[in-house]
Ligand binder design. Sequence first.
Ligand code: SF4
Ligand code: SF4
Length: 469
Amino acid sequence: MSSSRRVVPIAVAEAQPRVGRIEAFFVHQRERFVWLQAAMCLVFVVLVFLPPWLPEPTLDDGVTTHLALAANYAMWGLWFPLVLLSVVLTGRSWCGLLCPMGAASEWASRVGLQRPVPRWLRWSGVPVVSFIVVTILGQTLGVREHPEAVLIVFGGTMALAVLFGAIWARGKRPWCRHACPIGLLLGVFSRLGAVQFEPKRPVPGGERYAEIGLCPTMIDIARKQASRHCIECFRCVHPQSQGGERLRLRRPGLEVERIREHAPDATEVWFFFLATGTALGGFLWLMLPSYQELRGDVGRALLALGWSWIGNAAPAWIGSSHPQRGEVFSWLDVGMIAGYMLFWAAATAAMLALATAISAWLAGQAGADGTLRSRFVELGYLTMPVALVSLVIGLGSRLFEPLQALGEAAPGHAKQALFGLAVLWSLHLGNRILALQGVPAAARWRPLLPSMAGIGAVGLSWWAAIFGL
Ligand code: SF4
Ligand code: SF4
């Protein structure tokens, strides 16, 4: 959804001399980014393509003695959680500077068919569907345990990134803008980040899509309001020129506090809600004994209907198939994991949407401006910090494993602290969003209450993950 509200540049200190130096450095180096990306292609090959062909690690092997274990920890203990958390400090620097898939997509787009991007691909739900499908596939394949699954998921997304680039757009990144599940995560959460590229001469009227122009993610530079699609490639930054963008640093969360001036998007709000539930489902099926009971009940019921095929092994491209490691998923396993995660995604989204809708209605009663829908979308953004931490805890929990050296309980305490900080940040964002909606300070607690109750319910659902119960 594009915003047609008045463009009000984020309040930043007029003079940012250190930022000027950082900007000059990156502008000077931008022609060399390609070498970094080529080096990352090599790292990608080593971490993704090599491990499946190596001998099985023995019980004595560790990350320092076996490449497959080192690659697994590099991906799930470091890369995923740290890149996700890095958006708060550096925005989508991973995408613009390092990502081999995005670079490959753009290289393919320079020599490919260069067709116009079709309407179906521009539908804003495409990356949301892509995120849910890839996250569920990652669970049914066991992407955090098996190098073969990493090859299927990451090799497959690399192939799609190149294919998209080879078919659509000219010298751009259609995969990154429209379909990459990681790009969606990083893009949406980069709105919380401290890095911003703002137009030197902003044109009012809301964001526009620009398939022609220098931006690889099709941003109309002069109308840019949101950080979401900016991959920080620095191509639009020319310090001596009057036009283009300039780099600015800001307080983390400022864009979300003033979200009404930065192209609020209902799809993004639904994405936080769904992603929080998807991460919860992806964690809880592994943790809760009740999942195994449910699987047994469903299996027996389907067998009673004569569906004996549910016990057959699922194909290796959709379900974990590793007899040498004692794990072969049947059709029942694949269906149950997918159904369980989709149930949690839908239930969490419905609960958070209801809480946010009540908050939006109460905000209106307390004097907030706008329609119920616009208040819903703006207030939906206050769940962002909790959604971000949910994804880190649910899908990147190996980050916390080294803390066991400080004591058995240390990883749990770190997760509690992180979740607690996210709740406080959400509370702060909600307070600021309501202030801009015109709700007097003394009346803000009432519309905040339902949203915070929804976040509390998410916290309760994370109980097993955070408190280790
Ligand atoms: S959007 Fe996806 S493919 Fe593109 S640069 Fe970012 S992570 Fe890489
Ligand atoms: S807005 Fe500028 S820095 Fe951001 S992706 Fe587009 S060209 Fe690169």
